[in-house]
Design a protein around this ligand. Sequence first.
Ligand SMILES: N[C@@H](CCC(=O)N[C@@H](CS)C(=O)NCC(=O)O)C(=O)O
Length: 267
Amino acid sequence: MLKLYHNDMSTCSQKVRFLLAEKGVEWEGVELDLRGGDQQRPEFLKINPKGLVPALDHDGNIVVESNIIIEYLNDVYPEPPLLPADPAGRAKARWWMKKLDDGMHLEVAVLSFAIAFRHQLIKACGSDEDLEKHFAGIIDPYIQEVQRQVVPHGVDSPRFVQAVQQYEKLLSEMNDALASHQWLVGDSLSLADIAYSPYVTRLDHLCLQGMWDDKPHVADWYSRLAQTKGYREGVTNWFSDKYLPLMNKAGLEASPRVAEIRDLVAY
Ligand SMILES: N[C@@H](CCC(=O)N[C@@H](CS)C(=O)NCC(=O)O)C(=O)O
C-alpha cells in the first residue's frame, strides 16, 4: 500500500502526485495543514523528523525527500520509464534535480513567503510572540532561516532580491536547454521535467509569467507540461482556493518590485 503524506499546494508534493498520476498508480493520501502546523506534530515527526512534506509510506518503508521519492517510485513502477535509457541522460536528469536541492527549493520558499504566504502566517499567528514560536518550531534550519528573513519584511527583504535573481538565472538555463530538445533532458518527459513543474507553476500562481516572456522555450515547455495526464491529475486537480486568490492578488502587487529587481542585473 502507498500512503502519501502531502499538502495540496506544496511544490514538493505536487511533483510526487504528478509522477503517481503519470504512472497511473493508486495511492492513499494524508493531507497536512501546513499553516495549522500539522507537520510539527509528534505523530508526523515520527514519519519525517524534519517536519516536511512529502513523505511516502510504501508497505512500511518510509521514503522522504521529494526527488528521492520520485526516483524510488520510478524504480518500483518502471512503466512508463521516466529516466533516459542512457547513463549520460540519467546523469543529466539527476543534475537538474540536484540543483533544486542545492538551493532553488529555498528560492521558491523565499518568493512564496515574501509575496503571499507571509500574510496567512501573520494572520494565523496573531502576535509577534506566536510568530516567533512558529519560527522556532521549524526543524529544518534553512527553511526556518528563510521564513525569519522574509516573513517580517516581505518583498523589501534583501533575501527577496537574491531569489528573483536566482529564478531569472534558472529560467535562462532552462530556456537554453529547451532550445535544442522538447523536454529538459532530451525528447521525452523525464523526472527532471516533473521535478521542475511546480517551480514554474508557482511563478504562474504569483502572476509572474512575465519572468518567462523573453524565454519562449520555457513558455512552450510549460504549456505542453500542463497538458500531460500527470500534471492535470496530480497538480491542477489539487489547486486550492485557500491559496490561489491570495497568491494572485499579492503576486500582482509584487510584480513592480520583481520587475525592478530583474532590471538590476541582465542575464
Ligand atoms: N527537500 C525537501 C523539501 C520539502 C519541503 O520544503 N516541504 C515544504 C512544503 S513544499 C514543507 O513541508 N514545509 C513545511 C513548513 O513550511 O513548515 C523535499 O524535496 O522534499
